[in-house]
Ligand binder design. Structure first.
Ligand SMILES: [Zn+2]
Length: 93
């Protein structure tokens, strides 16, 4: 039986045949992602393009390492303590 197939609605998806919105379900069958329109019965196989999958390269981990480095302190930023202290002393006084 096809009971075990989980079908999921894709919010905002438009059927290429009948142009109905929110009528597209996706499900997996025989190892393939398929989509189906519940309005008109249109169905096809979703082809996952290789560029949608993150391909591990030597560059990728290096890029992530760079992102992990905390940003350098900004030297030209005015000292926020002075302003806050003056504001506080104004309020408490
Ligand atoms: Zn349709």
């Amino acid at each position: 039986m096809s009971h075990n197939i989980k079908k999921r609605f894709i919010a905002g998806a438009v059927c290429p045949r009948c142009a109905e919105m929110d009528r597209i379900v996706v499900y997996e069958q025989e190892g393939q992602q398929r989509r189906e329109c519940v309005a008109c019965g249109y169905s096809d196989i979703l082809i996952i393009k290789p560029d949608q999958v993150e391909i591990p390269t030597r560059v990728t981990p290096e890029d992530k390492k760079k992102e992990d480095i905390p940003p350098q302190p900004i030297k030209f930023f005015p000292n926020p303590r002075l302003k806050k202290q003056s504001e506080k002393s104004n309020k408490t006084d």
